[in-house]
Design a protein around this ligand. Sequence first.
Ligand code: NI
Length: 386
Amino acid sequence: MAEAASAVAKAVEYRRHIHKHPELSFKEVETCAYVAGMLEENGIEYRKIAGTGVLARIEGRGDLKSAVVLRADMDALPVHEATGYDFASCNDGVMHACGHDMHTAALLAAMTVINRYRDCIEGTLFGLFQPGEEINPGGASLVLKEHPFDGYDVRAVIGEHVDPDLPTGTFGFREGKYMASSDEIRITVNGEGGHAALPHRLKDPVVAAAAIITALQQVVSRNTNPDVPTVVSIGRVVADGSTNVIPDSVFMAGTLRTFDEDWRAKSKERICRIVESVADAYGVSAHVDISKGFPSVVNDPELTSKVVSLMSGMFGSDSVVPLAIRPTAEDFGFYTQLYPAVFYRFGVGGRLGDRNVGRLHTSLFDPDEEALEFAVTGLLNLAFNL
Ligand code: NI
């Protein structure tokens, strides 16, 4: 289809504009206006959603209550860009270092084609340009709070994400559990500080904190079913004493990742109990706060195999590769809890997969722009055939 080729060219143009004007999570004001402007220019109906998001709607043929949702995230990261692009970020200290510029551009370009061939799609197609994927509570949770799909029979929610480890032209899939739930742990250990030479007169929160960190690893090694990958990591420990001063309190922060909602709830109870009991044993007190983050991404098996066969039908069976389970998180998990949904990856690692494109979330991340061809035509394939 000739339109597909011109849509790919458009996607490159959109991507460069969005890349040059990155915005942090829930502050995607300009990006939102840009997307809305392009939809308007193409005569596509839309409304604002979740603050700085955009929900576009295209009605096709048949039962308009039957819907497919294509979702792209729009936010950038607090990273200082060092790619040297001539379309590099003009917002200092903010960069599209996770490829969300590619996702937004691909969906926007696909929507313009879908709109021209609206008679060829079954039911209603939503293009969801979502804000705030990178931080809690996740733009997806705010989108769903507005119940935009109530009254619709949603037959698929589709999300795609760049993957620097896959060659350009390939798509990565995993049915069932794919990405972890993610919760933030914050612990304050309160003791009684003083002269470090006289610890017998104090209630040392530092030694207690050390014991707590070690004991927490037993949630993973002793309490977790080996079938359910789980990670507890404490990445921040602040004990602001000195060589000869024991502080009054210690602050710690970390993350809990797992793949099962029941275990997610139980492991939180376990963490609280361990922290409080160990603190008690050391004669100090502790306060635990575990903020609710994203649920795990669980890809619907039936829908996944349908999407896989559509992609291998269009791009060849070599273009589809299996993905390993991944303990990073995505707010797309909120959609997978409610609707049949598939989150897949598209390769941006160069045609031979050997291009040095840098890692996600780094200042040198440089995804292969040629991958937009596959991101756009992949979405068109799903829009017209799901
Ligand atoms: Ni991302």
